[in-house]
Design a protein around this ligand. Structure first.
Ligand code: ADP
Length: 441
């Protein structure tokens, strides 16, 4: 929490930063839940990881192997994305990062102008390097790259629904072409045959591409084995650009192996609660599952928040929760079926409805923490952003995975901090809301 970051900064004025010979990987992620996804993969491969919300103002207080700086730079103007990424780079360099990892989406979300190409180029320039790789491959999540073409599940990227994305429509699955449109550097390919032969062949191919003047090489990978073969060839490369998949092959370069220690968080204490603003299919099932366990659940009706009634509703919800919390987790949710969501959106407008609900749920999260909740599950990407902001969280230590892509995190503060997990819409099994607390125990 900010108070902790403030305390760290205060300490650092007295003592030289304890930082750190151990910051091996400095990561820059172009969105918030993507940052957590990367951090989760690094932790599972043996690194102790902190995720920061934006570029910190103070030095890093924790002793960790990697830091993931979470930006929101995916769809902002390229010049702004470059500026923010370079700020992050500067901070990571000041913390002693040995290698930089630029993380983007596993569906290579970008427009013809960027921001993947321009940010890659700017990082290369700043680091004075003439070569890097680019691959969004994440086989665990069905994202594979073959002959330079990106597949999402069994279909090419441009047939996967991503061609209709409202902000970053992906109409070409050929990543060499897509990347070439975004960068002045020459783009090449390290194909599956080379990757299959392992480190020496990959290094040889990199040398050949460099000799041809190639600055960025898309890399094929269709399995985790491919990513583990790629990893050693990336040792010493100043900047790597990728989705979260490549991360599984990097910790070994620093002598790290998967270990339970990497995901160790402070012991969890305090009351438990779930706040859910996601309306995805998976989250609807998770809400139903939690209610079926008999635990208390309170729905927030967006219409009730209108006309300045939000604060009153939040107070009602907190008054309801307060006496129940001592007996176990409670759920507060706005999660609803698509027809109900559409009706509310028709009444309020899509953006207004979203903002109204996010604001109310964030205030509920804040209120619950003030009531002593120290283990908090939040469902929904945007909802998570709003809650993290309302809780004034600046830094998250990444802990054990609950389900793929969703780890527990710990936000330190003077009063012991909060354990929090941020579940994006479609992640997690049906019993996620109950199961999550079991993982902390
Ligand atoms: P997901 O990860 O599933 O996309 P998000 O939190 O990112 O979830 O997005 C859900 C959006 O829907 C948020 O803006 C939230 O405020 C809004 N929302 C939540 N509940 C409702 C509802 N009942 N009616 C309308 N909008 C809602």
């Amino acid at each position: 929490m900010r108070s902790a970051a403030g305390a760290a900064s205060h300490n650092n004025t007295k003592h030289k930063p304890t930082m750190t010979k151990t910051l091996k990987l400095g990561c820059i992620a172009d969105d918030f839940t993507g940052a957590t996804d990367l951090a989760n993969n690094l932790v599972r491969s043996g690194m102790r990881v902190v995720q920061t919300i934006g570029v910190p103002t103070a030095s890093l207080a924790a002793d960790v192997d990697a830091v993931v700086v979470a930006l929101k730079s995916r769809t902002i103007p390229a010049a702004d994305a470059i500026a923010q990424s370079l700020d992050a780079l500067k901070w990571l360099q000041a913390q002693g990062a040995e290698q930089i990892y630029f993380k983007y989406c596993s569906t290579f979300d970008s427009t013809p102008e960027g921001n993947i190409g321009p940010v890659t180029e700017a990082l290369m320039d700043a680091l004075g390097t003439d070569f890097t790789i680019a691959t969004p491959a994440f086989p665990d999540n069905g994202r594979t790259v073959f002959k330079g073409y990106l597949f999402a599940g069994n279909v090419l990227l441009n047939e996967s629904g991503m061609q209709n994305h409202p902000l970053t429509p992906m109409t070409d699955a050929n990543l060499v072409r897509v990347m070439q449109a975004q960068t002045k550097r020459k783009v090449g390919l390290i194909d599956y045959k080379t990757v299959a032969q392992g480190e020496a062949a990959i290094r040889e191919r990199i040398a050949a591409l460099r000799a041809e003047g190639v600055g960025v090489a898309v890399v094929d990978a269709t399995s985790n084995e491919d990513l583990h073969r790629l990893g050693p060839a990336l040792k010493g490369m100043p900047v790597v650009t990728a989705g979260s998949g490549v991360a599984i092959g990097l910790p070994a370069n620093f002598g790290l192996k998967p270990s339970l220690q990497a995901s160790q968080l402070p012991v969890a204490r305090g009351l438990q609660a779930v706040v859910s603003g996601s309306c995805s299919l998976a989250t609807n099932a998770q809400v139903a599952n939690f209610k079926a366990t008999g635990r208390p659940a309170m729905a927030i009706n967006p219409a009730a928040l209108m006309n300045g009634q939000s604060s009153a509703v939040v107070q009602q919800v907190l008054a309801w929760a307060e006496p129940l919390l001592k007996d176990g987790p409670v759920l507060v949710y706005s999660t609803a079926e698509p027809e109900a969501v559409k009706a509310v959106q028709a009444q309020l407008g899509v953006a207004e409805a979203g903002a109204l609900v996010e604001h109310a749920l964030a205030a509920v999260a804040r209120g619950l923490v003030d009531l002593g909740v120290k283990q908090l599950v939040v469902a929904g990407g945007e909802t998570s952003g709003a809650c993290v902001q309302a809780l004034d969280i600046a830094q998250l230590q990444i802990g054990p995975q609950i389900d793929p892509g969703v780890p527990w995190c710990h936000a330190p503060s003077e009063n012991g901090g909060v354990h929090i997990t941020l579940k994006s819409g479609n992640f997690g099994t049906e019993d996620f809301f109950s199961k999550a607390f079991g993982v902390l125990r």
